[in-house]
Write a protein that binds this ligand. Structure first.
Ligand code: PA5
Length: 447
């Protein structure tokens, strides 16, 4: 129960004493109560807590997905276009990018759009789609976000040219049940559609239709993902520190913060987790960074970034701690061959497995960083699989909510992201923003 994720604090001992842990425990218990009893601020967004169980038992969802997948296969689909930004796309991407190297079969190719506004990228993807047979999934809870709305308009026009009126049969939307422009468009055009639950915010939505629909359609076993998350969800009610890995992780984050380390560096020697790190950054950054508080989430992938950030990590300002995501039993088929006839100075590695060398690199680095004054928290999963990634995502969601409540903030809102959006709307001439536009234009002239 909740044992899929383990937290090792052997290299973080400068952060804590037994007394520190004891003193922090009441905050954890209170935060846990906020979640279990739905009594904390932002409690209208606690729907993620039971999502794994609810989704696993949603027979209608699985049936609809199966029918859709069969249709997509029957129509010789080359690629899925997934349009969304932030919490509406990051979770699915994290799983797809991580699992693509670990599955014995190929996933249906996917093209991401709507997650930024770089014209050259968008144009290249649209060009690529001209000769492809595709379905488009559009994901937006609000249904009004600029980047995905622009991308969908472009794709929609292209689809109309290619498929005529039948284009709408190739569009799947995931949005609010009643509100927003995307819901309106869905009803008008007759797109097939799934609902984003009201009580689940974007960054907590990967285990809802937001993540599950694209994942299923490209070929990820979402039952495995949900089962991993469900098994991990039993952690929510464990109130014993030694048995609750999320308690251990959250305690260390807060003790590091209290001891002048307000930055967390998420690292891994498995770069397939790059987008898991991106997802994690959004989860913690958007949840905790408010009221002038919170730990800044950053990330690096090793060994790659040891050749760029390594120097700073080892000897720069001591204002951060590191959280290494480790894999107990990494995938392992490559062995270094012997090469006696060519002397490249690496013969001492002959016969060793690459994964063994990577493991040693991880241990050597963790010790070096810890010796250099960077506390290292190690979070391990047994191996990379859909099941364990489901467990890991849930572990972080729960830890993030707990940690946010320990900061006494609302972990489920994001009032700060409106500031740039309002400025952008005003400068682009959106109706209703005239006064702000006038003020901003004066300021822009001076820059
Ligand atoms: O976590 C969040 O709330 C955000 O990242 C949103 O998911 C993101 O801004 C996209 O919003 P929407 O789904 O409404 O288009």
């Amino acid at each position: 129960m909740g044992k899929n994720i383990s937290v090792d604090l052997a290299l973080a001992n400068e952060l804590f004493s037994e007394k520190d842990i004891e003193d922090f425990n009441p905050f954890l218990i209170h935060s846990q109560k906020n979640i279990i009893e739905r009594s904390g601020t932002g409690n209208e967004f606690l729907g993620w807590v039971d999502l794994p169980y609810i989704m696993l038992n949603d027979k209608k969802l699985f049936q609809e997905l199966e029918e859709l997948k069969n249709e997509i296969q029957k129509n010789n689909t080359d690629v899925i276009v997934m349009i969304g930004i932030g919490g509406s796309y990051m979770g699915a991407r994290a799983i797809i990018e991580a699992m693509q190297y670990y599955l014995p079969y190929k996933l249906l190719p996917i093209i991401y759009l709507g997650h930024h506004l770089e014209s050259a990228y968008i144009e290249r993807q649209l060009k690529l789609l001209e000769n492809k047979n595709y379905y488009t999934i559009v994901i937006s809870k609000s249904g009004t976000t600029t980047e995905p709305a622009i991308a969908f308009r472009l794709v929609r026009e292209q689809m109309k040219k290619k498929y005529g009126d039948a284009y709408s049969q190739r569009v799947i939307t995931i949005t609010d049940q009643k509100k927003g422009a995307l819901r309106k468009l869905t009803n008008q055009e007759g797109y097939r559609s799934f609902i984003v639950p009201d009580d689940v915010g974007g960054r907590y939505s990967v285990l809802s239709p937001v993540g599950l629909v694209p994942l299923y359609l490209v070929g990820i076993d979402i039952r495995e993902l949900l089962t991993g998350a469900y098994d991990e969800s039993k952690l929510v009610k464990i109130d014993c520190w030694q048995d609750n890995s999320a308690f251990q992780y959250v305690t260390m984050r807060h003790l590091a913060y209290q001891k002048g380390k307000p930055i967390e560096l998420f690292t891994s020697f498995y770069p397939c987790l790059f987008y898991v790190a991106e997802w994690w950054k959004q989860l913690f950054g958007e949840s905790e960074g408010k009221n002038n508080l919170g730990i800044l989430p950053t990330s690096a992938m090793f060994t790659t970034d040891l050749h760029s950030l390594g120097q700073y990590i080892q000897e720069g300002l001591r204002i951060f701690f590191e959280t290494i995501i480790s894999i107990d039993n990494p995938f392992n088929t490559l062995t270094i061959p012997s090469s006696k006839d060519v002397d490249d100075g690496m013969e001492f590695l002959a016969g060793k497995q690459i994964s063994e060398i990577n493991k040693i690199a991880e241990k050597a680095t963790a010790i070096a960083h810890s010796d250099g004054g960077v506390p290292v928290i190690k979070i391990s999963i047994p191996h990379i699989s859909t099941y364990y990634l489901g467990a890991l995502l849930y572990f972080f969601e729960y830890s993030c909510a707990l940690s946010g409540y320990c900061f006494q903030i609302n972990p489920f809102d994001q009032p700060g992201v409106e500031a740039y959006k309002n400025n952008m709307y005003a400068l682009l001439g959106k109706p209703g923003y005239e006064e702000l536009a006038r003020k901003l234009k004066k300021r822009i002239e001076k820059i």
